[in-house]
Design a protein around this ligand. Structure first.
Ligand code: RB5
Length: 152
């Protein structure tokens, strides 16, 4: 398992710490980008953008972004070309995010899920791998449309 990068805004600071400890307890290397440590007043778009740029630049495979709802983090991460993010508050969606959609960034809301559910969602997401197959042409179409959109 390659390194996982993680970050959160102020609404999800505590959950981020819980998830970092959870991943480390599984022997997974985690890098907490802690953008609020660099820019204390950074809001969720800035925190999410900073992480998404790193995913793009380093071709990272997996990252986690958490805020109050997960929504704002997913919205900003998806604005970075080549970065795909989705909000998952259930195990099935977390599996599909990876297996069907081949997204790199799992987003969750600390005001939506409890710590134990968040850990279970992360575990399901970690177990899932992109399946290709019938999902592949759809993912390719998404990439093609994204290129069109970024050209404008
Ligand atoms: C708080 O700033 C809240 O709006 C944020 O954490 C997140 O839920 C946005 O989507």
């Amino acid at each position: 398992m390659s390194k996982i990068v993680i970050d959160a805004d102020d609404a999800a600071f505590s959950l981020k710490k819980v998830l970092v400890a959870h991943l480390q307890s599984k022997g997974i290397e985690v890098e907490d980008l802690d953008y609020n440590g660099i820019k204390p007043d950074a809001t969720y778009p800035e925190v999410g953008y900073n992480l998404a740029l790193k995913v793009q630049a380093e071709h990272l495979d997996r990252a986690i972004l958490i805020c109050g709802t997960g929504l704002g983090m997913a919205m900003i991460a998806n604005k970075v070309e080549g970065v795909y993010a989705g909000v998952c508050h259930d195990v099935y969606s977390a599996e599909r995010l990876r297996a069907s959609n081949n997204a790199q960034v799992l987003c969750m809301g600390a005001r939506v899920v409890g710590e134990e559910l968040a850990k279970t969602i992360v575990d399901a997401w970690l177990k899932a791998e992109y399946q290709g197959g019938r999902s592949a042409p759809k993912v390719e179409i998404m990439r093609d449309l994204e290129k069109e959109s970024f050209k404008k």
